[in-house]
Design a protein around this ligand. Structure first.
Ligand SMILES: *[C@@H]1O[C@H](CO)[C@@H](O)[C@H](O)[C@H]1NC(C)=O
Ligand SMILES: *[C@@H]1O[C@H](CO)[C@@H](O)[C@H](O)[C@H]1NC(C)=O
Ligand SMILES: *[C@@H]1O[C@H](CO)[C@@H](O)[C@H](O)[C@H]1NC(C)=O
Ligand SMILES: *[C@@H]1O[C@H](CO)[C@@H](O)[C@H](O)[C@H]1NC(C)=O
Length: 417
């Protein structure tokens, strides 16, 4: 019976490939389904087949939790959360789904949200009691913000662009494109869902006595009678012309909230394994926290073994497939698998790598830190710049091996070809 299924798959592979080269993409699900059938927690002579019914989809997405690499050991708490597990907050003209500390308790320093706005849909005016970092992941949005000095900025952010609002800066967002626009938000605390993290302006006005509103704005008591009774955070609207000038001037140059990453080329990593872009205080001066690195790793290549002296790292996987082993010292290490829509958090100063596990697809992900700069240490450089006879004795490898290590950072390495 098994042989029959296998032959059928092979026949399908051959036929489809012969009929149309492009169609081979459709084979993935077929092959994956077959793979799931055989994926069992067995590595070498350890483990055994699971006898009871199991969740094939989740098992296959977490292969290294099932077929645990023999180098994994000890206790490392869960460090992965997929947005697919989050509860959607459905709104008129969009949605929000969050990843907060109650989803991923190891993420006390970061929370995040995936957002969708239909063309014309408006994310109402608000501010946060946290610093906000935004990345447009689909389409384009219009953003309007005002600083406490009365300077303002109204800008279009396209796919790939980044924004940053220091804690307390009021802003609003509108979707500009069909079939909608999406953006990822990252905040520098895990409890984004707690009270007073998000302050929506309509909510404030609804909860202020009308006579106070009348006095504050110099209008009649009836003016705000039409305030929406139950306004969601997102609602459908008409496209704005996007124009308003402040007598105090524009937020531009070093005060700009907008980083036009979509117009900037990414840097080739010296290790030849892909491209990266660092967005921090050095090129986006408004940033005081949430320094970021956007990473594109070629198939089979890897973000080299490294660690971050500045603290916890938060990650978001935009596309492709990856695995990472996080080592916490004391013999504790655990390997996680990732794909598009997954988030992760790597503990303060933990050693790790991020490997593209797909044979043909580029891996795109981002690293974010509670710091104004991206800072990391590369293991190879450290080993290469320590006296080789010492390193050789410590690691019990030959001096020649140590001398072959590169003193220049690789960042993204592709290994030997
Ligand atoms: C507005 O309401 C306040 C409080 O109810 C009242 O004292 C005031 O006279 C009202 N003003 C006008 C212009 O109606
Ligand atoms: C939005 O556009 C519709 C259709 O043109 C119009 O009826 C409506 O008044 C507009 N709403 C606002 C607030 O401008
Ligand atoms: C803008 O920021 C950069 C980098 O922090 C700095 O070198 C430059 O002097 C600043 N320019 C102004 C006009 O403040
Ligand atoms: C170093 O490697 C050699 C060769 O494999 C082995 O015999 C020796 O036991 C190792 N030393 C240590 C301290 O593990």
């Amino acid at each position: 019976m098994k042989t029959t299924i296998f032959s059928t798959v092979i026949l399908y592979v051959v036929l489809t490939a012969a009929l149309n080269g492009k169609r081979t993409k459709h084979l993935r699900p077929v092959l994956e389904r077959r793979e799931e059938q055989v994926l069992q927690p067995i590595v070498g002579d350890k483990g055994a087949e699971i006898l009871v019914p199991k969740n094939h989809a989740i098992d296959s997405q977490n292969r290294d939790s099932l077929q645990v690499p023999p180098s994994d050991a000890g206790l490392v708490m869960n460090l992965k959360w997929s947005f697919s597990q989050s509860m959607m907050n459905l709104q008129q003209g969009g949605f929000v789904r969050q990843q907060v500390a109650s989803d991923l308790p190891s993420s006390q320093d970061f929370s995040s949200a995936q957002n969708h706005l239909a063309k014309g849909a408006i994310r109402q005016m608000h501010w946060h009691s946290l610093n906000e970092w935004g990345l447009v992941t689909a389409g384009s949005v219009l953003i309007a913000a005002v600083s406490n000095e009365g300077k303002n900025q109204v800008f279009r952010a396209d796919k790939g662009d980044i924004w940053y609002f220091p804690k307390g800066q009021g802003h609003t967002i509108q979707g500009l494109t069909d079939p909608g626009a999406e953006y990822l938000l990252v905040f520098d605390a895990g409890d984004f869902d707690s009270t007073s993290r998000t302050l929506n302006v309509a909510d404030w006005l609804i909860h202020t006595p009308p006579s106070v509103l009348a006095k504050n704005f110099g209008v009649s008591n009836n003016t705000f009678k039409t305030l929406p009774k139950a306004l969601g955070s997102i609602f459908r609207g008409n496209l704005s012309s996007g124009s308003i000038l402040s007598p105090y001037g524009k937020l531009e140059g070093n005060s700009s909230y907008h980083f036009q990453a979509s117009k900037m080329p990414m840097k080739d990593a010296p290790g030849g394994g892909g491209k990266y872009m660092i967005v921090d205080k050095n090129n986006f001066p408004i940033i005081t926290s949430l320094a970021a690195m956007i990473v594109e790793v070629k198939p089979g290549a890897m973000r080299e073994l490294h660690w971050h002296p500045t603290g916890v790292e938060w990650l978001y996987f935009e596309s492709g497939y990856a695995r990472a082993t996080v080592w916490l010292g004391g013999g504790n290490a655990r390997t996680f698998d990732f794909e598009a829509g997954d988030t992760a958090v790597f503990p303060d100063n933990s050693g790790h790598y991020v490997e593209n596990t797909h044979p043909t697809e580029t891996l795109r992900y981002l690293e974010i830190f509670q710091s104004d700069k991206v800072v990391d240490f590369g293991l190879e450089q450290w080993l290469a710049l320590t006296p080789p006879d010492l390193v050789a004795q410590i690691l019990n490898v030959s001096v020649e091996t140590v001398k072959s290590f590169k003193s220049e950072r690789g960042i993204l390495v592709k290994g030997k070809e």
